[in-house]
Every structure is written in structure tokens, then in C-alpha cells.
Design a protein around this ligand. Structure first.
Ligand code: VGL
Ligand code: ZN
Length: 183
């Protein structure tokens, strides 16, 4: 199970807060615990930028400064419950390039394959940015890839962006799963 970027800066009060991000944490915790009980490997990624990262607005990029290395904003949200043996992946640490995907240049795809893992479930933040890129890379790398739709939220205020990302992922072969029943 890949838990993408559940960090303070993407949650309420953070520097690049995703609407309702905190709401997914209890569900993520339940899914993490269930996955762990089933013997799954839990991988948690973190956006981990130098203070002058190319993706920041003052460097000509798209985003307000966020997830600066060693800052509180870059820490995992305190309510996120990761098992002791979770793997951690950091990305976006090179000043000159962004890495939205937890599989982009991190070695994670190789590590997962070496561990005999063939299926991945992806949730976290943000649906239309790093979750999207991670799920696309995972399916492209040959993993059976599932999107935990209810355990993710989009960063873009335009409500269509999350839906568009889900459609795009489904078209790319990602299996979209609602983890809670919709009454
Ligand atoms: C992300 C914007 C900038 C994400 C990372 O984790 O989705 N979004 N950097
Ligand atoms: Zn970032």
C-alpha cells in the first residue's frame, strides 16, 4: 500500500492545504492497519524539497513553498498511523526538478519488485498531482494498481479535477476502488 504525501503542509493549516485532507486520515489508518494485518508492505512517501525548489512560485514554479526539508510542514501528519516497519520514500529533493511520482527516480519500483510485490493500492495526497503520477507510474511499471478513491483528495479547488484524474487513471488501467459503501 502506497500512502502518498500525508504531510502537514498538505493538511489543514499547511502551506499547500488540500481541502478536507484531514478527513481521509482515519480511513487511511484503517486501511493501513488492514493491509498490515494481511501482510502487505506499507510505503509512505514524503515531498521533501530544498528551500529554493524549482516548483516554488518564487523560483518561477506553480506552488507556494511547501514540504521544505526538515520543516514541520514536511513531517507526516501527527494523526497518520504508520507501522514501525513502513518503508519511507522521499522525493522532490533535487532543486532543479520535481518528482510528483513516488516511483520517479526513487528506486521504489525496483525495491517493490525485488520484494515480490505485484499489486499496489494508492491513497493519500493529492489525487490530481502526486497520487495521480504515482498510480500512473505504478501501472506503467507493470504493477496491478488500485486507486483508493475515498482515501485521497484533489489539491485543485475546481471540483472537476479530482474526477478527471480518476477517469484518466481508470483509462490507464488503474482499478478504482471505493473503500466505503455509498448509501
Ligand atoms: C504535491 C503539489 C506539489 C502532492 C506535491 O503531493 O500532490 N502537490 N508538490
Ligand atoms: Zn511538492
Amino acid at each position: 500500500m502506497l500512502v502518498v504525501d500525508v504531510q502537514n503542509d498538505f493538511c489543514a493549516g499547511g502551506r499547500l492545504a488540500v481541502d478536507d485532507a484531514d478527513q481521509i486520515i482515519p480511513l487511511l489508518n484503517r486501511l493501513i492497519a488492514a493491509a498490515r494485518r494481511a501482510g502487505a508492505t506499507i510505503v509512505a512517501s514524503r515531498d521533501w524539497h530544498p528551500p529554493d525548489h524549482v516548483s516554488f512560485k518564487d523560483q518561477g514554479g506553480t506552488w507556494p513553498p511547501h514540504c521544505v526539508q526538515e520543516s514541520t510542514g514536511a513531517a507526516f501528519h501527527p494523526d497518520l498511523q504508520l507501522p514501525e516497519d513502513a518503508w519511507e520514500v522521499r522525493k522532490g529533493a533535487s532543486r532543479n526538478r520535481d518528482q510528483y511520482s513516488a516511483l520517479d527516480g526513487t528506486g521504489l519500483a525496483t525495491q517493490l519488485k525485488e520484494a515480490g510485490i505485484r499489486r499496489v493500492w494508492v491513497g493519500g495526497l493529492a489525487l490530481d498531482v502526486c497520487v495521480r503520477a504515482t498510480a500512473l507510474d505504478a501501472t506503467e511499471a507493470g504493477f496491478e494498481t488500485h486507486l483508493l478513491v475515498d482515501a485521497t483528495r484533489p489539491v485543485n479547488a475546481d471540483p472537476g479535477d479530482g474526477d478527471a484524474a480518476v477517469r484518466e487513471l481508470a483509462d490507464a488501467g488503474v482499478i478504482t476502488e471505493s473503500s466505503v459503501s455509498k448509501e
